[in-house]
Design a protein around this ligand. Sequence first.
Ligand code: HEC
Ligand code: HEC
Length: 250
Amino acid sequence: MMKTSPGTHLTRIHAAVAWFVAVTFVGASGHAVAAAKVPDTLQQRIAACTACHGVHGEGELKSGFFPRLAGKPAAYLARQLQNFQDGLRKYAPMEYTVRQLSPAYMREIAEYFATQQVPYARSPVPNASAAMLQRGEQLTSHGDPALKIPACSSCHGTQLTGVQPSIPALVGLPYDYVSSQLGSWRTGTRASAAPDCMAVIARRLGASDISAVATWLASRELPADMQAQPAGSIKPPLRCGVLGEHGGGA
Ligand code: HEC
Ligand code: HEC
């Protein structure tokens, strides 16, 4: 299942750095682009992404550092690109990559990755006590009313496979990715349209609850059908800006 060698992560980072330098250089000289007669195709545009996210957007499963894009809802992906461009979500290479892209381009790229069908695999499961796993399951499936934390499944779907068009899956996400994203919401390096329900939830979860949820999610068997639930199939218990006025739609 885990075919990645320990060196893969470093190789990817190396490739990413080389890519960053190359783009910076070409951008500065300007003429290099014309001289190479690079065709302006979708394939060409996504070539800038695959060094980090994988050829089909499969991501880097082992560390979870480079997230999977394949199969995530298109509107969700497009919004993330917009958020990096607007500085709501911060990661310098991503901000740089999307800086010049028009909204139409970003939607097109998002559509491409949303339709990629790459098998899902489970990421490594960190060691955890039974109590921690139980806490993770409680938060995910039932929430914690005393802390005003709603069940994750109330928005992310009964199978946690996400909900069209704006809510991504939680199953299949590596431990490190989930814990770092929730941490980013707490510190403000990731934000989304106000009211930012995930920022509210991440702040209510303490560090140990974040760990518990991330561990339990990584320990889940993947459902046979990883498709996001249809639009309008949930009633969000908190208002989320990305879900619009009525809560369930775009
Ligand atoms: C230098 C490596 C690198 C390159 C090149 C890169 N990305 Fe990323 N991308 C990342 C990392 C790392 C993250 C996670 C950042 C974070 O922690 O928020 C990310 C996050 C994302 C996300 C959010 C994923 C999610 O599930 O929320 C999207 C969408 C995305 N990238 C698309 C792209 C596209 C499209 C391109 C090419 C135009 C691209 N990336 C190029 C490294 C890269
Ligand atoms: C009220 C609805 C709601 C609830 C409840 C909720 N989420 Fe979310 N979640 C969202 C929305 C909307 C997004 C997309 C945010 C964006 O566009 O930036 C999201 C995104 C995420 C992401 C980012 C995934 C990625 O691929 O980058 C993680 C991680 C996450 N939620 C974890 C959780 C956990 C853990 C819980 C339960 C403790 C939870 N969520 C409960 C609405 C919700």
